[in-house]
Design a protein. Sequence first.
Length: 276
Amino acid sequence: MTAITIKDQEYRDFCRFLEAQCGIVLGDSKQYLVRSRLSPLVSRFSLSSLSELLQVVISGRNRELRVAAVDAMTTNETLWFRDSYPYAVLGDKILPELAANKRPIKIWSSASSSGQEPYSIAMTVLETQNRRPGMIAGGVQITATDISQTMLDTCRAGIYDNLALSRGLSPDRRRVFFENNGDGRMKVNDKVKRMVSFRPQNLKDSYALLGKFDVIFCRNVLIYFSPEMKGKVLNQMAASLNPGGYLLLGASESLTGLTDKFEMIRCNPGIIYKLK
């Protein structure tokens, strides 16, 4: 029987390691999360206990295990069209405004998770183009990033089971934007898929190689970071936006006390931020 308990000191050491690797702050009460996420790796890497796994991860002796541990801790399922208002604002306000510039519109989904956010953005663009043909003359390019290679592989495949599809996706959108994968699952169709390019990105690192964007989705990511890390990420995102670019945060997130580079714009419903 594999021991899956962890001592307080081991937990604290792992928390420091995780924050140093990717900025995520676990806090004092998330031992259960570490146990549930990392326990499967104990047998996969032929270790005797969770304690041994944490020691090997923190020591850096096994790079493959270290990557797998960070991957396990940063892997999250998400919803289609989460909170709905960001996509309504994108289609009704942001895209028409940016389209007037007659150049390609570049959108960054900065924590693409299992792909629902960037594909929801792509579907919103396609729906907007259908409603207003010819408006977006320059086209739209969507870059989606995540720290987790496992998640990026899931994103690129674009194949989802019924449970994943039931979270926020209307029957109409399912019919228009998906095709049968032949195994009971559904696959994002090519017109959606070809709009999105996926690449690895740790939000702790420089974003310079990604280029500049007109819109950045950074939704439900900052909640995992320390105040210092939040400020760093937001200021780097400000530097990654074209003049007049927009930042969309999660419904429970705000910029207060973290950066002065954006003005808040109240939409009905929801709030978005515009680069000053």
